[in-house]
Design a protein around this ligand. Structure first.
Ligand SMILES: Cc1cc2nc3c(=O)[nH]c(=O)nc-3n(C[C@H](O)[C@H](O)[C@H](O)COP(=O)(O)O)c2cc1C
Length: 320
């Protein structure tokens, strides 16, 4: 059932605050491969900031994990890549697409799309520092007046990147509007290394359509995974065998929710794990009967045993 590795064309998008060890575990258990960490700042892991260090530490996870780095200093990238390799990463992804102010104000993330010499130096330094494959994730461009994904992709390839992921939006768009898959196709046609397309894929059918229209080597899924960890494997199965997607029943959702919360508590401790679980809970029960009331009650609870009682009572009222 597990589908990691080159044969799988479906990739988990890195998402800060989401794609942690607990999330990777459940997505892996659902059958998916090509898993990735949250982004981690190169300076923070070097200084052994405990939270960042923990993000990069994927040692011991029973599936391959790529670690995503973000930053500005080539030497720090080189050092962080070595450290991530020691901590169990099977690949290094460089974040050159993050639109968040705090990141771009440090000239990192998507700000690097405006500074090709610096972006090239980062990729070269990282690729030189580690035998692990180095990939780069970036956007369509900075804004509509600066659309340079193709030029940027060629620079990445020449600097030693082994794979590219293109999110078809500009930095100025953030997550609004629609992803532009025409630019993703142009990137694919311009470079020789594999290109993964990213943006707005939320079903197996859409994944198949985007793959065939753009000719990309794979697709990456982000937001549609929230509350739906089954999706990556559903897409993979549809692409490889045409199988109809697994649609979780309320009992499946209940079991997944309980499992996810337990993993969060195991990983972060009861207090933080429960706090982190609140956003996931909202996504899992979206559209279910009296979800709003359930969410409101959930937010007031602070122990796993109270939470388990609430979940049992809530799901007992939902028709299968
Ligand atoms: C909550 C959240 C956190 C994200 N964190 C990261 C990140 O750490 N690194 C990164 O490269 N992209 C990050 N992204 C962007 C996603 O990886 C992806 O490119 C984007 O959501 C578009 O794909 P989608 O339409 O499938 O969601 C994040 C997106 C969201 C919604």
């Amino acid at each position: 059932m597990a589908t990691s590795g080159d044969a799988c064309k479906v990739f988990m998008a890195p998402m800060a605050g989401i794609t942690d060890q607990a999330f990777r575990t459940i997505v892996h258990e659902c059958g998916a491969g090509n898993l990735i960490s949250e982004m981690v700042a190169v300076n923070a892991i070097q200084y052994k900031n405990p939270k960042s260090y923990a993000i990069a530490d994927v040692h011991g996870e029973p599936y391959p994990v790529t670690v995503q780095l973000v930053g500005y200093d080539p030497q720090m990238f080189a050092d962080a890549a070595k450290l991530a390799a020691d901590l169990g990463a099977v690949g290094i992804d460089i974040n050159m697409g993050c639109p968040v102010k705090k990141i771009v104000n440090n000239n990192s993330g998507s700000a690097l799309m405006k500074n090709l010499p610096r972006a090239a130096a980062i990729i070269e330094a990282t690729a030189k520092a580690t035998p692990l494959p180095v990939s780069v994730k970036f956007r369509k461009g900075w804004d509509n007046a600066h659309i340079n994904a193709v030029e940027f992709a060629l620079m990445c390839e020449n600097s030693g990147a082994k794979r590219l992921t293109v999110h078809g939006r500009t930095r100025a768009q953030g997550y609004s509007g629609e992803a532009d898959w025409k630019i993703i196709k142009e990137v694919k046609e311009a470079v020789k290394i594999p290109v993964i397309g990213n943006g707005d894929i939320d079903s197996p059918q859409k994944a198949a359509q985007r793959l065939s229209e753009s000719g990309v080597d794979g697709i990456m899924i982000g937001r549609a995974l929230l509350g739906n960890p089954w999706l990556l494997n559903n897409v993979h199965q549809y692409l490889t065998t045409g199988a109809a997607p697994f649609i979780p029943s309320p009992t499946d959702i209940k079991q997944m929710l309980r499992h996810h919360i337990e993993l969060l508590v195991q990983y972060y401790g009861e207090r933080s794990g429960i706090a982190i679980s609140r956003k996931h809970i909202s996504w899992y029960v979206k559209g279910l009967y009296e979800a709003k009331a359930f969410r409101e009650q959930y937010t007031r609870l602070n122990t796993l045993s109270e939470i388990n009682d609430l979940i049992e009572t809530y799901f007992a009222r939902i028709k299968q």
